[in-house]
Write a protein that binds this ligand. Sequence first.
Ligand code: GFB
Length: 316
Amino acid sequence: MNVIYPLKGKRIWVAGHRGMVGSAVVRRLATEDCEVLTVGRDELDLRRQAEVEAWMDQTRPDAVILAAAKVGGILANDTYPADFLYENLMIEANIIHAAHRTDVEKLLFLGSSCIYPKEAPQPIVESALLTGPLEPTNEWYAIAKIAGIKLAQAYRRQHGRDFISAMPTNLYGPGDNYDLNTSHVLPALIRKAHEAKMAGADHITIWGTGAPRREFLHADDCADALVFLLQRYSGDEHVNVGSGEDITILELAQLVCEVVGFEGEIQTDPTKPDGTMRKLMSEYTLKTMGWEPQTRFRDGVARVYEDQRFPSAMHP
Ligand code: GFB
């Protein structure tokens, strides 16, 4: 697919540049001939409309990648519904509206695969959006992300803005959150396996039944796909960004234990939620445009484990 929005000479604001995806986008954009703009949380609170508008009036980026969001794993989503709904609605509404006010040429909004109905046919195609009820553990986050897609579409429709959306699957990579209460499954399992190995423990415990399936994509692959879409895509419909493969949580735990070198047992804790049983996204749209991920899953997990700086007492 041809480049329709060349990045050469563009000033591109990566909102959320300290997050796992945002920092990967900054690394990816460093290979393009463009200027990357960032602003820290201490300088600009994205939940405050007046602050966002003032910063945008002053900075006037040509393009925006909206990777700022309140994110977390299944338990965090379930425990803090108000934070996940309110903060994400505010961040996206403020940035998208300010981008319109300041004539931003192109904006890319980032959603998540949890926007799709809980029982959507697999692999999930983009048109499955809003065809059925959501997964209850993360419906607050999902509703906020659906609103973001609709905002981008609405400004496109009403004001002719070139605002687009991408829906990444479950992501992993450098800079992930390893807090066991709020993290996603992959960093949690890496930490559990590592700590069990260090302590000489005989087992680790994973949440739920281990039966749900999840698809994973390395953040660097995701960033590459986002830059690809920024340059080449202009359309109403959001675009799935995935790896095209999923595995069960139990298989994931086995893979992590192999990578970490922990040989104990894997026990399940069915008192913790499973969440949605499967959310494999169709990769058809992006693949047809000519994009594919580069990272083999096992290699990506090994790299993340190697790069992660656990507290020194826990080093092997
Ligand atoms: O990654 P995760 O927290 O989020 O959990 P979701 C995925 C699966 O892993 C669930 C299981 O079935 C969990 O029960 N799991 C097993 C664990 N052990 C653990 C553990 O130690 N920690 C965690 N966190 N999970 C999130 C959404 O859903 O995915 C967000 O809540 C967002 O809104 C994100 O969409 C990508 O995949 O279930």
